[in-house]
Design a protein around this ligand. Structure first.
Ligand SMILES: Nc1ncnc2c1ncn2[C@@H]1O[C@H](COP(=O)(O)OP(=O)(O)OP(=O)(O)O)[C@@H](O)[C@H]1O
Ligand SMILES: [Mg+2]
Length: 227
């Protein structure tokens, strides 16, 4: 099994040099297998978002290495990090960041335009809306959609440009467990149909068993979860 991301000895400190300094990431080693669903669990403040931000080149680690798709990204310039994110990464967040004045269709189109996709956008928009089960809602505005449907639009938008890795930070945090399970099932379909790699964080005990591999964060320390 290939790992699309491998982190070794990652440290991230907050309040560096101050009396309250602490390691939000403390010697973290993590491997993300390609074309699988990786789940990172752990209580609030344990470091899940911090770790996602390192692996997705949104923020910089203080030491250690991050290999992303065979490239060491820990020393990249901000410009190169922007480029990496635009070319290879999709994001889904808990607070759905879809654009309220655009329909479902237009939201996905916007993501494709932002990624520089010029050709065959219409076909790809319909394909991903169909994948998330919302093709018949293409013309609906976000205000006309349920929370779970809005989250599915956000997912369609994230996957439309065919990123290698989708990072989903608490994508089901605002949803009930049953709807959360539907979202995770959708992730698994995407993995099967498109070969995407998905990394998601969750608090929901009902979802933690659904990953191909589950890691647990605790006070900045990571371990593979066995339950
Ligand atoms: N920019 C920052 N400056 C200082 N401390 C921070 C910053 N970002 C996060 N922290 C601290 O680092 C620790 C880890 O935060 P992080 O956001 O990674 O937790 P989390 O596991 O994602 O929590 P949650 O489940 O609540 O989202 C927390 O103690 C948090 O207060
Ligand atoms: Mg978080």
């Amino acid at each position: 099994m290939e790992n699309i991301i491998s982190c070794r000895n990652l440290y991230k400190y907050y309040y560096k040099g101050q009396p309250q300094e602490f390691a939000a990431l403390n010697n973290v080693d993590i491997d993300i297998p390609e074309g699988k669903l990786t789940i990172i669990k752990g209580r609030s403040g344990s470091g899940k978002t911090t770790l996602l931000n390192m692996m997705s080149a949104l923020d910089s680690n203080d030491s250690g290495s991050i290999i992303f798709d065979n490239e060491d990204i820990s020393g990249l310039s901000d410009n190169d990090k922007d480029m990496l994110r635009r070319k290879k990464i999709g994001f889904v967040f808990q607070s759905v960041a879809i654009i309220p004045v655009m329909s479902a269709y237009e939201n996905v189109d916007f993501a494709l335009r932002a990624a520089g996709v010029k050709k065959n956008r219409d076909a790809r928009i319909k394909e991903v809306l169909n994948l998330v089960g919302l093709l018949e809602r293409a013309k609906h505005m976000p205000s006309e959609l349920s929370g779970g449907e809005k989250q599915r639009i956000a997912i369609a938008r994230a996957i439309a440009p065919r990123p290698k890795v989708v990072f989903a930070d608490e994508p089901t945090g605002a949803l009930d467990t049953a709807t959360g399970i539907k979202i995770v099932t959708l992730f698994k379909n995407l993995i099967e149909k498109e070969g995407t790699t998905i990394v998601m964080t969750t608090h929901d005990p009902g979802l933690m068993q659904l990953g191909d591999i589950t890691y647990e964060m605790s006070d900045g320390v990571i371990s593979v979860s066995r339950d």
